[in-house]
Design a protein around this ligand. Structure first.
Ligand SMILES: CC(C)(COP(=O)(O)OP(=O)(O)OC[C@H]1O[C@@H](n2cnc3c(N)ncnc32)[C@H](O)[C@@H]1OP(=O)(O)O)[C@@H](O)C(=O)NCCC(=O)NCCS
Length: 211
């Protein structure tokens, strides 16, 4: 992965090292012009209807994931999008992808060590006020964090949890269907799943949900 012109990528990669837990590998890539060209044929077909910016971000995320998988599976391992948007991982692998406007992240693990994974990345900024009522629910717990920054962490955690939960049962979850306990580091869903949460707050918010 090229890091020469991307100090933000170097900083996030170093921070991701603090999120790594046994059995889970993480990588990031700054989204660069032309990253859509890293989409392999099945990936490009599965993403063809999306706009250029989304395809660029998807290419960057898959390149990051391939750096984690290539030692075991080779560099041509494909991660197309499934019919509901979920990434389709090769046999024996669970994982998750995310991107914000400038950065893409990937998390992978071997089936067995981990049953399901979800990741999210967000700018390290408060959540806009107009989204607070949509995201923050009475049964979420945030400790003594500043409310609008805590809301961004909740937003990120709920997206990560949704991505980890969907592959288990294919069920849609809304923000109100996921209860987050940030101080305790776990989440529960209306559908009966429970996930461990780990997060970074700087240089970006990154949440990892796993079980
Ligand atoms: C999954 C979702 C939350 C992702 O949010 P986003 O803002 O589009 O984008 P992110 O960068 O965070 O994540 C994108 C990645 O999520 C993954 N993803 C998309 N749908 C997924 C699903 N159903 N299950 C697991 N992962 C999924 C894909 O890998 C995607 O990357 P790709 O487009 O390169 O393949 C959103 O697409 C979605 O499906 N929302 C419906 C459910 C929802 O919003 N509920 C309320 C919040 S819990």
């Amino acid at each position: 992965m090229t890091t020469d012109d991307a100090p933000d990528e170097i900083a996030l990669a170093a921070a991701l090292g603090r999120l790594v837990t046994e059995g889970i590998a993480l990588a990031c890539r700054r989204i660069r012009p032309g990253d859509e060209s890293y989409l392999l044929p099945a990936e490009a077909r599965s993403i063809s209807a999306r706009g250029a910016e989304r395809r660029r971000a998807s290419g960057a995320a898959r390149l990051a994931a391939r750096t984690l998988l290539s030692a075991r599976l080779g560099e041509a391992v494909e991660i197309p999008r499934g019919p509901s948007g979920q990434p389709l991982w090769p046999d024996g692998v669970v994982g998750s992808l995310a991107h914000d406007e400038t950065m893409a992240v990937a998390a992978v693990a071997s089936v067995g060590a981990i049953r399901s994974l979800g990741i999210d990345v967000e700018p390290s900024l408060p959540l806009p006020d107009e989204l607070l009522d949509l995201v923050v629910m009475p049964n979420d717990r945030t400790g003594d964090l500043e409310p609008s920054f805590a809301a961004r962490l909740l937003f990120s955690a709920k997206e990560a949890v949704y991505k980890a939960a969907f592959p288990l049962d294919g069920r849609f979850l809304d923000y109100g269907d996921i209860a987050i306990d940030l101080p305790a580091g776990h989440a529960t869903t209306r559908t009966g799943h429970r996930f461990q949460l780990r997060h970074l707050t700087f240089p970006r918010i990154v949440t990892l949900a796993s079980f």
